[in-house]
Design a protein around this ligand. Structure first.
Ligand SMILES: [Ca+2]
Ligand SMILES: [Ca+2]
Length: 693
């Protein structure tokens, strides 16, 4: 067992009994490396938090409009903070007056207080009854673009006649011309490095000048807690470029997806030498969710906020950290869709909070593709999934959606334009598509907008959702068409298909109370009319897995035992109800047993390993020198894919379903070709085929 040796004081501090709250494990590690007098910035979360998930579900069910959502969420959060923070604030005020802590700041978006203090004071605060947990207040930073901006001429590209390749790829110009929809009347936002408010692509649509309701209140449209400016200013080129992609458009040079939208901005990221932290971002989200400070108005609340920054491991920020999640959930419940760039770390993984996959919709994470190339290949730098930040720790697919992010031309401070690459450039494209959707359907909920984007995305890479592209390239045209109709398709989700194992088929957004048929095909896709349901499904020779009745939320679940016989092939699944059908899910049928065999060298010991067996079951390792075929093995009640199989050996699978056969390969087998398969009761593995060397 590993033993952690602690120096005297640190050990004594962490040995202090914690009565109610606790210190986050990462803060504990930091405390151990901190001296007694050093001031640490922390976020103290109170015990009593609004249950946003429950509130959001109730509002979804009641189809509460955005204005009412905004009011309910903001007032609930503010009331919670007001009712529960009094004692702690009084205590912190005393501590500050006595010189025992440096500073503190209360929040309401999450029921939390930033406290800057020495480790001794922090540990004591964590012990309070009203404290849930104390976190380190980590630094944050932009997803730095790949390389410096490459200046390009204004008007040399772009415009309605010659739009940017990225805009064409996501079909934004088709939305502009066919529907006249450009995001007019929609308010958008970003949290970034500031924006050049004089840039011709953006100046006229800064909400502070575009909308008379802001007269005398620039602070409702521009948030700068660092230097308290009152007019949009660029503190780096990043924020001007990303906002340009959202809604930029000097007349005749529309560089943005939604060049009719107005914008507000919080300049809280990478303020040059001033390090920004989670607490600053929390302050910005608190502003964003109600800029005019009046919960009864929601004209001031942006439809969407794209974030081209993240919390990184380089700063010690741990994977899957949930510190940040509550603020984002509150913003989304109040009606503002939040997107994050996946990150520019390629296969080394996703940034935080892009790595979160606690459900289908959070955190909405954006990959970058090269829209200048045919087939829109994934950018090499685009952070790949999967993630393990899931409720059960099992891997989940990330990111969620793709947008153009290679050599994207947009605005740069000082009336110029330039190309940048990065997932930072992809996320604003998604922001712009949300603006277009909200223009045609202002009350679409955040979850519905994301679902429509998933359903209408142009699939790239491996069929279906994948760890490079998510659901694929966002399709502004199809997304707007779906938003106009408001008909959000029924959605089928299928767990993995493993022969001989029970699987779950889930349907969302069925008609409440209707009969949902779960169907599958092992013959591929086609077009088959189903008279009982009066619907034409997209499957060839469909088979019925079962019928379930959708509940009041339109949810239906079917458990089925995946039949043997199609292992190693594909299955296509679809759900249908009267006159409606779901998406098609296309999956490989997996083997329950996986066989792995080392190289066979005559005269040398060879290993054959089986994974995924039933613990305690007898596993037979079969070999055939006659090739593949179809042979029924009565003892195991299974038909194997071998001709004239011989049993190389049997083993009992251990508690992890693992079995190993280690055998000397007879020298006389040299030069032969062998096919191998493993079987247990009613289950067989993949085939392994090799030459014996
Ligand atoms: Ca308001
Ligand atoms: Ca795909």
């Amino acid at each position: 067992m590993k033993r952690l040796l602690l120096t005297g004081t640190a050990a004594a501090i962490l040995a202090t009994p914690v009565i109610a709250g606790e210190i986050d494990p990462d803060l504990r590690r930091i405390i151990l490396k901190t001296s007694d007098n050093e001031v640490l910035s922390t976020l103290v979360f109170l015990n009593d938090q609004v249950n946003i998930a429950q509130m959001n579900a109730a509002m979804n069910q009641a189809k509460v409009n955005l204005r009412e959502r905004h009011r309910l969420v903001v007032t609930s959060l503010q009331e919670k903070a007001g009712l529960t923070q009094g004692d702690l604030i009084a205590h912190l005020t005393d501590l500050k007056d006595a010189g025992r802590i440096s500073d503190f700041h209360p929040y309401w978006l999450s029921n939390a207080i930033r406290v800057d203090a020495t480790r001794g004071e922090i540990v004591q605060l964590a012990g309070r009854q009203d404290v849930l947990r104390v976190y380190f207040n980590y630094p944050i930073e932009t997803v730095a673009p790949m390389g410096a901006p490459v200046a390009v001429e204004q008007g040399g590209n772009g415009g309605l006649d010659n739009p940017e390749p990225g805009l064409v790829a996501i079909r934004a110009p088709e939305v502009w011309t066919e529907f006249g929809v450009m995001g007019n009347g929609v308010l958008t936002s970003t949290l970034d490095t500031g924006v050049d408010g004089n840039h011709p692509a953006l100046a006229s649509r800064w909400a502070g000048v575009a909308d008379s309701r802001y007269a005398g209140h620039p602070e409702w449209a521009w948030f700068d807690p660092v230097t308290n400016t009152t007019f949009p200013t660029a503190f780096g080129s990043h924020g001007t470029h990303t906002m340009g992609t959202v809604c930029g458009g000097a007349p005749g040079d529309e560089i943005g997806v939604a060049p009719g939208a107005t914008w507000i901005h919080a300049a809280v990221i990478d303020r040059v030498s001033i390090q920004r932290t989670v607490a600053d971002a929390l302050l910005a989200f608190e502003w964003l969710v109600d800029p005019d400070g009046d919960p009864n108005t929601n004209w001031d609340v942006p439809a969407v906020c794209s974030n081209s920054w993240r919390l990184v491991t380089g700063h010690g920020y741990p994977p899957c950290d949930e510190t940040f999640w509550t603020h984002l959930d509150a913003c989304e419940a109040a009606g503002t869709l939040i997107t994050f760039s996946a990150g520019n770390e390629g296969f080394s993984g996703l940034g935080r909070p892009s790595d979160r996959a606690t459900d289908e919709y959070r955190t909405f994470s954006v990959a970058a593709v090269d829209a200048n190339q045919q087939g829109w290949p994934i950018a090499s730098f685009s952070s790949r999934g999967p993630t393990n930040c899931t409720p059960n720790g099992q891997p989940a697919i990330k990111p969620d959606i793709s947008g153009p992010g290679v050599n994207v031309r947009s605005a740069l401070p000082g009336n110029s334009y330039g190309n940048l690459s990065g997932t930072s450039m992809a996320s604003p494209h998604i922001n712009g598509v949300v603006c277009l959707m909200r223009e045609v359907n202002p009350d679409l909920s955040v979850d519905d907008i994301k679902q429509i984007m998933y359903d209408t995305a142009f699939d790239l890479g491996d069929p279906g959702e994948d760890n490079n592209y998510g659901y694929g390239m966002v399709d502004a045209y199809e997304a707007v068409v779906a938003a106009i109709s408001g008909d959000i398709p029924m959605r089928l989700r299928a767990a993995s298909w493993t022969a001989g194992v029970e699987t779950d088929l889930e349907v969302f957004r069925a008609t409440p109370g209707s009969n949902v048929a779960f169907i599958y095909s092992i013959q591929g896709t086609g077009s088959t009319y189903v008279p009982q349901l009066d619907v034409t499904v997209d499957l060839a020779s469909p088979r019925l897995a079962g019928i379930e009745t959708a509940d009041q939320d339109g949810y239906a679940l079917h458990h089925m035992l995946v039949p043997f016989g199609s292992e190693g092939t594909h299955v296509w699944m679809q759900a249908a109800e009267f006159q409606r059908k779901s998406n098609v899910v296309d999956q490989p049928v997996e083997y329950r047993l996986t066989l792995e065999v080392s190289r066979w060298l005559a005269g040398v010991r060879g290993d054959a390993e089986v994974f995924g067996a039933t613990p305690g079951a007898t596993v037979a390792f079969l070999a055939s020198f006659d090739g593949t075929g179809s042979t029924f093995i009565p003892q195991f009640n299974v038909t194997v894919d071998l001709l004239n199989p011989v049993t190389a050996g049997t083993r009992v699978a251990d508690q992890n379903g693992y079995a190993l056969l280690r055998q000397l390969i007879p020298t006389e087998l040299q030069g032969r070709h062998v096919w191998m398969q493993a079987v247990e009761q009613r289950s067989k593995s993949n085939l392994v085929e090799q030459d014996i060397e």
